[in-house]
Design a protein around this ligand. Structure first.
Ligand code: CA
Length: 210
């Protein structure tokens, strides 16, 4: 009987709506996981991955992880192929708006892949392609924030938070949401797109766009 119940629960947990992204996340030790600024999972047991599910129009995945003890790391895997690796950006500072879509994370550091062996393969529900990540400070840093900007091809018309986003291929262009699909548009000469302001700004205000 218990096996049947467990099986039914497992099936229910793995059912997601079309257009959704599912995933598993964890952190050593106290996890908060956000999608576009909204809390989606929290846990204080790194050995048990937390299941998450969110729309494929999501723009920003973000971890807030508070370490206890000695070693620390963040790990996650998602059905869109995204895993935790050095392409994430991390900081020891929870800057204002850090987990939001419009936050400029270009001054954050690239995530450092952690190689402590104590974890083994746990939690085993997260595939090995997903690395443990942290800041370069390793065990010297106890509270770390990591985020990754996704670049969904589709968008939600009328969602002001995502109506315009920087073109991931060119900071002097922006994506505009047109009938549920992004269309790349140019900024005026001498300007680049500022997601926080939702408009093109002079390049001297955008030190990472030249
Ligand atoms: Ca720890």
């Amino acid at each position: 009987m218990n096996l049947i119940l467990v099986t039914i629960c497992a099936i229910l947990l793995t059912q997601v709506n079309a257009g959704d992204i599912s995933g598993s996340v964890t952190c050593d030790n106290i996890l908060k996981f956000f999608v576009d600024g909204q809390l989606e999972a929290s846990s204080n047991d790194w050995q048990v991955a937390s299941p998450v599910s969110f729309s494929d129009t999501a723009h920003v995945l973000a971890f807030d992880c508070l370490d206890e003890g000695v070693i620390a790391g963040i790990r996650g895997s998602f059905s869109n192929g995204v895993v935790t690796d050095s392409s994430w950006r991390c900081s020891t500072s929870a800057d204002e708006g850090w987990k939001e879509i419009g936050f400029d994370d270009s001054n954050w550091q690239d995530a450092t892949i952690q190689t402590h062996t104590n974890w083994g393969a746990n939690p085993t529900s997260i595939p090995s392609e997903a690395k443990w990540i942290w800041t370069a400070g390793d065990t010297a840093d106890t509270h770390v924030f990591c985020r990754l900007r996704l670049h969904p091809a589709t968008c939600v018309p009328g969602n002001l938070n995502t109506s315009h986003v920087m073109d991931p291929n060119d900071c002097k262009r922006f994506w505009q949401c047109v009938h549920g699909t992004y269309v790349s548009m140019p900024c005026a000469p001498g300007t680049g797109f500022h997601e926080g302001q939702q408009r093109c700004e002079h390049l001297y205000l955008l030190p990472n766009c030249n």
